[in-house]
Design a binder for this molecule. Structure first.
Ligand SMILES: [Fe+2]
Length: 133
């Protein structure tokens, strides 16, 4: 299981709270894998990922537009990639592929390191300058 650590913080409480949800999703994938790779669980988790990505990305992108964040376009592309991958995993589940859990887990772990700890941290100063807490 993955626990929230300060290294994941972007320094903005409202966004950290949303990021904690993705750690919760990662832990649910880990639990589902341990529990015999239950396809129904994975399908449910993927639905949650889809909802999470819509809400959370909208929050970040709305701030970026408002604060004229220069890397908005690039950042948005990474968000789009997450949404597309989630869809692709969902269709794999529908076609009966029962090896999706591993792929989802690896992807989410890399998202934590490569997106949250890198791309998201980059907007921290810009958001803070605009007095977002
Ligand atoms: Fe982001």
């Amino acid at each position: 299981m993955i626990e929230w650590e300060e290294k994941y913080s972007v320094g903005i409480t409202s966004i950290d709270e949303q990021h904690k949800k993705i750690i919760g999703i990662i832990n649910r994938v880990i639990a589902a894998k341990e529990f015999d790779d239950n396809t129904e669980d994975i399908a449910e988790i993927l639905n949650e990922m889809a909802v999470y990505s819509q809400d959370h990305f909208k929050t970040e992108e709305t701030h970026m537009i408002k604060f004229k964040y220069p890397e908005y376009q690039y950042h948005k592309e990474e968000h789009n990639d997450f949404a597309l991958r989630t869809l692709a995993y969902q269709s794999r589940v529908i076609t009966g592929d029962n090896c999706v859990a591993n792929a989802v887990l690896e992807y989410l772990k890399s998202w934590l390191v490569n997106h949250i700890q890198k791309a998201d941290k980059k907007y921290s100063d810009c958001f803070k300058k605009n007095e977002l807490k």
